[in-house]
Design a protein around this ligand. Structure first.
Ligand SMILES: [Zn+2]
Length: 184
């Protein structure tokens, strides 16, 4: 089982000149350890696993250097309701356009996300990490009936499911609020 995963594993260059890569039409396939993405790792329940990366640099018709690709991974976020692991599959595409100046940024077509390049280089790892983080829910939470803490939530939807557990939770602050709203 590991062989297929090992196969794609190769070293991804992190500091790259996107204009040169675009000119050379560089294509990259890699499996990046999640643990290398420090900001992302800090949000995870555990940072084992890899990100399957597939990237293609190109120069578009308009002369814009672009990077298109796909990122796939499986990771465990921390549910903000119960603090238990919450599994999520990420499969996201990216389409970036590179520019050396603000004027250049304005020339990037709207289907590309503009990236201003400083000193002729970008940090590929950072860029990919940003893309994955953008694909994650802002506040990760299990769906109601899969969350161990949902029994504490007073919600009409699981009223019948968790009657036992919640018998001590009779006082529902939301129903009080709802009552206030109605009487207004
Ligand atoms: Zn949960």
């Amino acid at each position: 089982m590991t062989t297929a995963r090992e196969k794609g594993r190769q070293r991804l260059p992190f500091r790259v000149d996107p204009f040169r890569f675009a000119h050379d039409a560089v294509e990259l396939e890699s499996a990046l350890p999640l643990a290398q993405m420090k900001r992302l790792s800090a949000m995870l329940y555990q940072s084992e696993g890899t990100v399957t990366v597939s990237l293609a640099f190109a120069v578009d018709i308009l002369g814009v250097s672009s990077l298109r690709g796909r990122l796939q991974t499986s990771l465990d976020l921390v549910c903000q309701r119960c603090l238990e692991p919450m599994h999520i599959d990420v499969d996201t595409v990216l389409a970036l356009g590179f520019a050396r100046s603000d004027v250049g940024v304005e020339q990037i077509p709207s289907e590309l996300e503009p990236v201003r390049v400083e000193n002729g280089q970008v940090d590929l790892l950072q860029l990919l990490e940003d893309e994955i983080m953008l694909a994650l829910p802002q506040i990760p939470r299990h769906v109601e009936n899969e969350c161990p803490a949902s029994a504490l939530q007073t919600n009409m939807a699981d009223e019948s499911a968790d009657r036992e557990t919640r018998s001590q939770e009779r006082e529902n602050p939301f129903s009080v609020l709802a009552g206030l709203k109605k009487s207004e």
